[in-house]
Ligand binder design. Structure first.
Ligand code: HMG
Ligand code: MG
Length: 288
């Protein structure tokens, strides 16, 4: 049988998919969702965030979620952390990896984490230093990699600067976030032309929200430029509370289906993923 090149899908549904939900999803349901996702063959699940519960009440139970999930061997359970306090909670919870999140837009940075870009990088330097000492890998997001909900289009060079800063802090991989789902495939190609001149494709991921229904095309543009890591959310749930108008992340089953049709291996059992997708629809009370 010919070898199929592998693409890693990073499942962000339990965090990005749920964080914007107004109605609190019980810890039990979050745990069951993660357990169902763990049975799909996904190798990476962003299970929670350790941010201020005043800012994002939906994520207030991260410690309990981590304590109650059944961990599948070979799956990385990651947590989003905005500062040292969040990092310490993630460590307490037993997260295998943490993700820090900077923005390429000054206004979004302030709205999202109440810090300028430069201030956020200073905070993240502290997180990365601690993580390095403890041997915890760090993933870095750059939000507003295409456009900002407040400032409009964002220059690829601004994204490059933040991405390179995060790599220098020690991030093992950079996820480029189209936070508001504004990207066209042409935008993605233009961005990657700038980014990949400095960062190897193996360390770059695409994180697309599907507001305008073009996320799959954007992933194809990423694949054409050599990207092999994409974030997705079960059932296409998602959105950021501080990015008005954002719709869901690209749906995991659609990404898996598209990749497999193109001859890539994802390691995902589509039936098991359907169970997780159905459960996400059930807990949200709607088809996502
Ligand atoms: P702040 O108000 O400036 O925080 O918020 P502070 O450091 O001044 O502290 C104020 C209070 O918050 C204190 O409590 C702290 O203890 C507490 P008080 O004394 O008032 O009782 N606090 C915390 N509590 C729990 N966990 C923490 C923590 N830190 C401080 N980690 C802060 C700054 C960053 C905390 C806040 O702005 C925040 O939590 N923001 C959340 C942002 C967020 O979660 N956004 C969504 C995720 S990003 C995203 O979706 C984009 C992405 O998907 C990629 C893409 O699509 O582009 C990743
Ligand atoms: Mg996102």
């Amino acid at each position: 049988m010919p070898d199929h090149p592998h693409v890693r899908i990073c499942e962000v549904g339990p965090r990005d998919g749920l964080q914007n939900e107004a109605q609190f999803v019980s810890t039990k349901d979050k745990v069951q969702l993660i357990n169902l996702l763990s049975a799909t063959g996904l190798s990476y699940i962003e299970a929670a965030s350790f941010v201020s519960p005043k800012w994002v009440p939906q994520m207030a139970d991260g410690i309990d979620v981590f304590a109650r999930i059944t961990r599948e061997r070979g799956v990385v359970y990651a947590a989003l952390t905005p500062n040292l306090m969040g990092y310490q909670d993630a460590l307490k919870a037993g997260a295998d990896e943490v993700a820090i999140f900077a923005s390429a837009s000054e206004t979004f940075s302030r709205k999202n984490i109440n810090r300028s870009i430069a201030e956020s990088l200073t905070l993240y330097e502290q997180v990365c230093k601690r993580a390095h000492v403890s041997g915890i890998p760090v993933r870095g997001y750059v939000s507003c990699a295409i456009a900002c909900p407040y400032e409009g289009p964002v220059a690829p060079d601004a994204v490059r600067l933040v991405a390179v800063s995060l790599l220098r802090l020690g991030c093992r991989e950079i996820s480029l976030g189209d936070t508001i789902g504004a990207a066209t495939p042409g935008d993605v190609t233009a961005l990657l032309d700038v980014i990949l001149a400095e960062i190897p494709a193996a360390r770059v991921a695409g994180h697309f929200h599907d507001t305008s229904g073009r996320a799959l095309e954007c992933i194809e543009a990423g694949l054409d430029r050599g990207l092999r890591i994409f974030d997705a959310s079960v059932g296409g749930a998602g959105g950021c509370p501080f990015a008005p108008g954002t719709k869901g992340n690209v749906a995991t089953h659609e990404v898996a289906q598209m990749l497999e049709a193109k001859g890539f291996a994802t390691g995902i059992d589509r039936r098991a993923l359907q169970d997780a997708t159905n459960f996400m629809a059930q807990i949200l009370g709607r088809q996502t």
